[in-house]
Ligand binder design. Structure first.
Ligand code: GLP
Length: 240
């Protein structure tokens, strides 16, 4: 695991976007695994700028998102489908048909959709998978205890995760109880992984991650088993 400590969120986003832009420049028809949450927003903003100034093109880029809440429609501002369009897809030249977000809206057959997502993932190779980290070490929505050989599935969110994500909703009641997520096995198949960690509230997670112990109790620890994983941590998250 290659750990890079940077000054703040802005530097993390700069470095993160440079790494992703390099992957796109080397292979303009690459496949990216994308993440939501506060951590990648600045990175996406930089990628939008680079696209607008002609430095990179998403014309032939394909993307697969990590996860999606169950039971809210894609038009819901807190759905990850909406987030991705709002923060990236609507502002770059990516083709809609090349973007993929798990489908878990009201009325969908969740088990069937999860299987379809895994089948689709098994037909491609993700060149770079972007990740954030949950306060409890989750990656995507793989909560503590998830087996490392898990593929895309529907997960019951922990109270901690629902509390953490409450800030995006009007009340805790509105936070979905379940989500569909790429499994750890799907994530680990990516050729390279880039994790972004920012803010003092991630310090405990950073301490656990950097302890080096690999355990299903702390899902992000599996990244120690990946041959090409870079983690960018800002000083607040690193020092606490
Ligand atoms: C969410 C997402 C994760 C994300 C994590 C951290 O629950 N499912 O993919 O990495 O929370 O989010 P943030 O970057 O907002 O701290």
């Amino acid at each position: 695991m290659n750990v890079i400590v940077v000054k703040d969120y802005e530097e993390m986003s700069k470095k993160g976007s440079e790494i992703i832009a390099d992957v796109i420049k080397k292979n303009p028809s690459c496949t990216l695994g994308l993440a939501t949450g506060s951590s990648p927003i600045g990175t996406y903003q930089n990628l939008v700028k680079m696209n607008k100034n002609g430095e990179i093109s998403f014309k032939d880029v394909k993307s697969y998102n990590l996860d999606e809440y169950c039971g809210i429609d894609r038009t819901h501002p807190q759905s990850y489908y909406y987030f991705m369009h709002d923060n990236l897809f609507n502002h770059v030249d990516i083709k809609e048909e090349n973007t993929h977000v798990p489908y878990a809206a009201n009325g969908s057959n969740l088990d069937e959709e999860a299987k379809k997502y895994t089948d689709a993932l098994n037909k491609v190779t993700i060149d770079l998978q972007l990740l954030g980290i949950g306060g409890n070490g989750h990656i995507g929505f793989n909560e503590p205890g998830t087996p490392f050989d898990q593929e895309t599935f529907v997960v019951k969110l922990t109270d901690k995760t629902r509390q953490d994500n409450k800030r995006f909703f009007n009340s805790l009641d509105e936070v979905p109880t379940h989500a569909m997520t790429m499994g750890i096995k799907n994530i680990m198949k990516a050729k390279s992984i880039l994790m972004l960690i920012s803010g003092v509230n991630k310090h405990d997670a950073v301490t656990k991650l950097l302890s080096g112990e690999v355990t299903t109790d702390f899902p992000a620890s599996v990244l120690h088993n990946h041959p090409n994983c870079t983690v960018i941590i800002d000083e607040a998250a690193f020092r606490g």
